[in-house]
Design a protein around this ligand. Structure first.
Ligand code: SF4
Length: 308
């Protein structure tokens, strides 16, 4: 196993989310624009394998993974140590990585199951959720949320539902991806054979049990943003979730803010992101948040001639 590689001179910043933090292998700290502060990430996919292959994915899969498997005991010990250091007077706040944070950013907003793939594909999902919640609450972070950042493909599985039910009781939030309104666009952006109808059904059933945060990334592909019709279909998909009795806390509309997998991908303008967020608010009555990016075309991490 090679040593984790935290970028030299790294300071927490919103446009860089390296998974490497100190000497940790599974637990990292980032400044998250969507969390509005520090998020302690838990990487359940250190092998960098995902069941999607999104054309905007920001995971750098060129480098060989440092770890193939999650070491449960090691992960828990890293989480304990990291949270100890991030208590209000914890020593980690004085380390150089946190030097540029403002006073109001010096708080752990959440611990997030995220990382280099789809967290629900981790086979001991409920076990790890249980352990991490115990550590978080035991160290006095009851106020911090437990966030699952998911592409929604595993939300219908019984073993995952057990973990979600536990999260519900401990300030949990599910941030579920919906990047399209039509099956064709879903295939283009998320680059997967997973049926779009099944994804929508997962979102709908899950939202009937607890409120979801929907996360939607829109972008230009070969210079073209999503069409008016695509956005109308996307808004309609959200309406359908609500019409089935699903609850949605808010919709986060964003564009690429860090280098994406393919160089044909670039950011939408701020005005375009805002226009999509306005369409969602007008069409659903939901609260929305917009997050911007300034990534030009040509910055692909994994260019392989996809998205034709
Ligand atoms: S679901 Fe997330 S981790 Fe997986 S390919 Fe898409 S953006 Fe990357």
């Amino acid at each position: 196993m090679s040593e984790p590689v935290q970028p030299e001179g790294y300071r927490l910043r919103e446009d860089q989310h390296p998974r490497a933090f100190k000497q940790n292998r599974f637990v990292y700290a980032v400044l998250s624009r969507r969390s509005h502060g520090v998020s302690v990430g838990i990487n359940l996919n250190p092998d960098k394998v995902c069941n999607f292959d999104c054309i905007y994915c920001q995971v750098d899969r060129r480098a060989k993974p440092q770890d193939e498997f999650v070491d449960m005991a090691g992960l828990q010990s890293e989480l304990r140590e990291t949270l100890e250091g991030l208590k209000p007077n914890g020593a980690l706040w004085n380390s150089p990585e946190f030097a540029t944070l403002s006073a109001d950013q010096r708080i752990v907003r959440d611990i997030a199951f995220s990382g280099d793939g789809e967290p629900t594909t981790y086979r001991n999902f409920t076990e790890i959720v249980t352990a991490c919640i115990e550590i978080k609450e035991g160290l006095g972070f009851a106020e911090a949320k437990v966030v699952l950042i998911t592409n929604a493909t595993g939300l219908e599985r019984a073993d995952v539902e057990r973990g979600l039910a536990l999260m519900d009781k401990h300030n949990g939030e599910i941030w579920a991806k919906l990047d399209a309104g039509t099956s064709d666009y879903f295939k283009l952006i998320d680059n997967t054979d997973f049926p779009f109808a099944r994804l929508l059904s997962n979102l709908s059933h899950c939202a009937q049990k607890r409120p979801l945060v929907i996360q939607s990334c829109f972008m230009r592909v070969r210079g073209e943003g999503p069409s008016v019709e695509e956005i109308a279909a996307y808004v309609q998909r959200i309406r359908e979730i609500l019409n089935c009795g699903g609850r949605i806390l808010r919709v986060q509309v964003y564009t690429v803010a860090r280098d994406p997998a393919l160089s044909v991908v670039s950011s939408l303008s701020d005005a375009e992101v805002e226009a999509i967020a306005r369409s969602v608010a007008a069409g659903t009555g939901l609260s929305t948040e917009a997050f911007y990016g300034k990534v030009p075309a040509g910055r692909g991490l994994m260019d392989a001639g996809k998205a034709n």
